[in-house]
Design a protein around this ligand. Structure first.
Ligand SMILES: [Cu+2]
Length: 333
């Protein structure tokens, strides 16, 4: 933790992280915070301002270590990543048990027919070709068969689409995700945690952490496992796409528009993703790292950021008093 904190100024100063400049330019207070204001400083003012604020100096849970090959691609992998959400399992089942067998059988049938025709009706074996131009039975078969195949595929596909767009339940944790050129910003409005930004770790730091370079990020998106989550996804400059393959999440982040994605992460762990919409020069260098914690540890993390785990921060601040506003978020790095 101390090592990571020490690292924060280096990120800001590093030429590779020039994206930070634009974050400051748009007035992102949380962005400039890491260089000077560690978690302790931000928390220290919280109890003095409001009685409702959680206890000060709550330590953040230790940074979770990723499991090799889980929540990230594996070398030589040719199928979908192992899934950790309901829709992900359903989608992977459709891919593995429906689409792959269907496409394999169709390819083999077509290949066999072609080989048979090439051999049986070549000029040497069949010097006077048939002049037949219509065969009603054959035409019905080659029209009906593809329709049946499409119906077989459509039934599970349509139910998966419906499942993917099912709105989040009322008690879901809401996180606002904003895409920037070229990093992500995360904000927890109901918990009163202001936006903090997430930048890619440089190679030496990723190796030191035991994390995959190009996927590891300094400030992770921390979420609870086993609780429904609602992401509100948008962008501040150009179109990005928030994609985490092992959670079956891929949603465009469009400026001026709020897209929503609901899911529940089945078990704690670190899940990696990347921006998946070509968004400029450093498109490949704005990874997504999600840290799913057991609910109790997630609540502890929220407290460590000066937030309210009960999620009552939303709307209270402007109505009561400025002093009741939650303490500013101090990114855990
Ligand atoms: Cu992007």
């Amino acid at each position: 933790m101390a090592g990571l904190l020490a690292f924060a100024p280096a990120v800001v100063a590093s030429p590779a992280a020039f994206a930070q400049d634009s974050a400051t330019a748009i007035g992102n207070a949380a962005d400039s915070a890491p260089a000077t204001a560690p978690a302790e400083a931000a928390n220290a003012v919280a109890p003095a301002e409001t009685a409702a604020a959680p206890a000060a100096a709550v330590p953040a849970p230790p940074r979770l270590k990723p499991t090799e090959g889980v929540g990230m691609p594996r070398p030589g992998e040719i199928t979908l990543q192992e899934q950790f959400t309901d829709t992900g399992r359903q989608a992977r089942w459709i891919h593995d048990a429906v689409l792959l067998p269907v496409i394999t059988v169709i390819c083999l049938i077509v290949l066999a027919l072609m080989l048979f025709i090439i051999a049986r009706y070549r000029r040497g074996a069949n010097p006077t070709p048939s002049r037949t131009s219509h065969n009603t039975l054959l035409e019905i078969v080659w029209t009906v068969a593809p329709i049946l195949v499409l119906v077989v595929i459509a039934v599970p596909s349509i139910s998966l689409i419906a499942e993917q767009y099912r709105p989040a339940p009322k008690e879901a944790l809401t996180v606002k995700v904003t895409g920037y050129q070229w990093y992500w910003g995360y904000e927890y409005p109901d918990q009163g945690i202001g936006e903090f930004v997430s930048n890619m770790l440089p190679p030496e730091k990723a190796v030191e952490n035991g994390e995959p370079y190009l996927l590891a990020a300094d400030n992770r998106l921390v979420l609870p496992a086993g609780r429904p989550i609602k992401l509100i996804i948008t962008a501040a400059d150009v179109i990005h796409s928030f994609a985490v393959p092992s959670l079956w999440v891929k949603m465009d982040a469009v400026p001026g528009r709020l897209n929503e994605k609901a899911f529940t992460i089945e078990k704690p762990g670190v899940y990696y993703g990347q921006c998946s919409e070509l968004c400029g020069a450093r498109h490949a260098f704005m990874p997504i790292a999600i840290e799913a914690l057991p609910p109790a540890e997630f609540d502890a993390w929220v407290r460590s950021q000066g937030g309210d785990p009960a999620g009552n921060a939303n709307g209270e601040a402007p109505q009561t008093a400025a002093a009741a506003a939650p303490a500013p978020a101090a990114p855990r790095i």
